[in-house]
Design a protein. Structure first.
Length: 173
């Protein structure tokens, strides 16, 4: 069911390697297929595979609250339950980008929903996150996280238990 997600929030700073950004920035809301995690793939792969790109967001100075910046968007309509990601590419430094996962899988109830950036459980893909800021990184030097290997320890424990039981049964026979 189509659901509109709107980004809001104030007080979380956007930073680059030199500190807090003083200028306004535009933001995109991105989505990939359910189960796709861009942290495990090179930029060329995830940049070519989003299922949703919505350049409707902003990070702007709030002139009523000196020193504060406001996060916002016009809303992004989606019919996929896949998580939403926030993306920015700094106008002053095009190699500085940020990509952060800002939701888990979505509840698509057809009613407008607000994602408060201050309350979101944000996970970094490119860049970093702290309680007070989102920081960009140089995407030309960014490397994907290795995909974790499957654990064979559960199989090994089960095999050991079967061997112990078989040995006990043989010993009693």
């Amino acid at each position: 069911m189509d659901t509109n997600f709107t980004i809001t929030g104030m007080g979380l700073q956007l930073r680059d390697q030199y500190g807090n950004l003083a200028g306004n920035q535009s933001l995109a809301i991105l989505q990939w297929e359910v189960g796709y995690n861009p942290i495990y793939y090179p930029v060329s792969d995830w940049a070519s595979k989003p299922t949703l790109i919505s350049w409707t967001g902003w990070y702007v100075k709030d002139y009523q609250n000196v020193g504060q910046y406001v996060w916002g968007s016009n809303g992004t309509v989606t019919n996929s339950p896949a998580p939403l990601y926030l993306f920015t590419q700094l106008e002053e430094s095009p190699n500085q980008v940020g990509l952060w996962k800002i939701t888990g899988e979505l509840n698509l109830n057809g009613q407008g929903q607000i994602v408060d950036i201050l309350q979101a459980n944000i996970s970094p893909v490119v860049g970093s996150v702290s309680t007070t800021s989102l920081s960009t990184a140089d995407y030309t030097t960014w490397q994907p996280t290795a995909i974790p290997e499957p654990s064979y320890s559960v199989f090994a424990v089960a095999l050991f238990a079967v061997a112990v039981v078989a040995k006990k049964l043989k010993w009693h026979a």
